[in-house]
Design a protein around this ligand. Sequence first.
Ligand code: SAM
Length: 278
Amino acid sequence: MASSLQPGLYIVATPIGNLGDLSPRAASILREADIIAVEDSRVTAKLLQHIGVKRPMQPYHDHNADRVRPGLIERMANEAVALVSDAGTPLISDPGYKLVRDARAAGRHIVTIPGPSAVIAALTLAGLPTDRFFFAGFLPPKAKAKADQIAEFKTLRATLVFYESGPRLADTLAILAQVLGDREAGVAREITKAYEECLTGTLLELAARYEGAPPKGEIVIVVGPPGEPEAASGDDIELALVEALKTSSPAKAAGEVARTLGADRKALYARALELLGK
Ligand code: SAM
């Protein structure tokens, strides 16, 4: 039976643990798709069994993606190709972005069926600010590379989200504390599953909690944003103004320094004129 779906690519989010989270729309697309690109056909077969359908599957993972991608793009011209990952939203720390990129380049019809993703689910559990967040995915496994990457996020005024595994959790929490300072954090584990939990505390408290007791299951670390920056000293402000005056007019220099160091613009302008002997 020909699919009732318009030919193209359908990016389908699937549950991260609780099969009840498969949306009716996601189920209907999977039922109708001509072919489903999957990370692991055994995992997706279970999901299809849950909704009582059998569909052809094409493995699409890091090791064969470059080889099978052109064929999938070709098929999207006349068939509905669904993309799923083992769990959650495809493309989020999972394969798929190049498939979407090439489907776009080929002018294919592209539709997303949004749904669960561990990053968003963990943010809802941790009770940390969510107005600005930065998803950093998996950190490198080696300590030095891990610390270097964390250092890149140090000045971000945002909540940080990382995917992690149980055996590495305590070390990663300790390195996060070392590099970022002992911020408020949350460890969300087994979200939507029977043993879902989210422990909160400072990074060092959580590191101590998991030291020597690596938890089982899937894990997301959520780290709160840094505290307010320390106010710049009078000397810092004077120095910044003198520097700015080398290349800018008094008004512009005062504006720049006021903006970056949070000082009073009018007072800075008066001081700039004084410095220039005007
Ligand atoms: N695409 C997925 C998504 O949208 O969340 C993520 C795939 S990534 C390969 C798998 C990682 O996501 C796990 O190692 C874990 O860090 C996190 N994860 C997935 N399911 C989870 C769950 N139920 N509870 C906690 N973390 C989960």
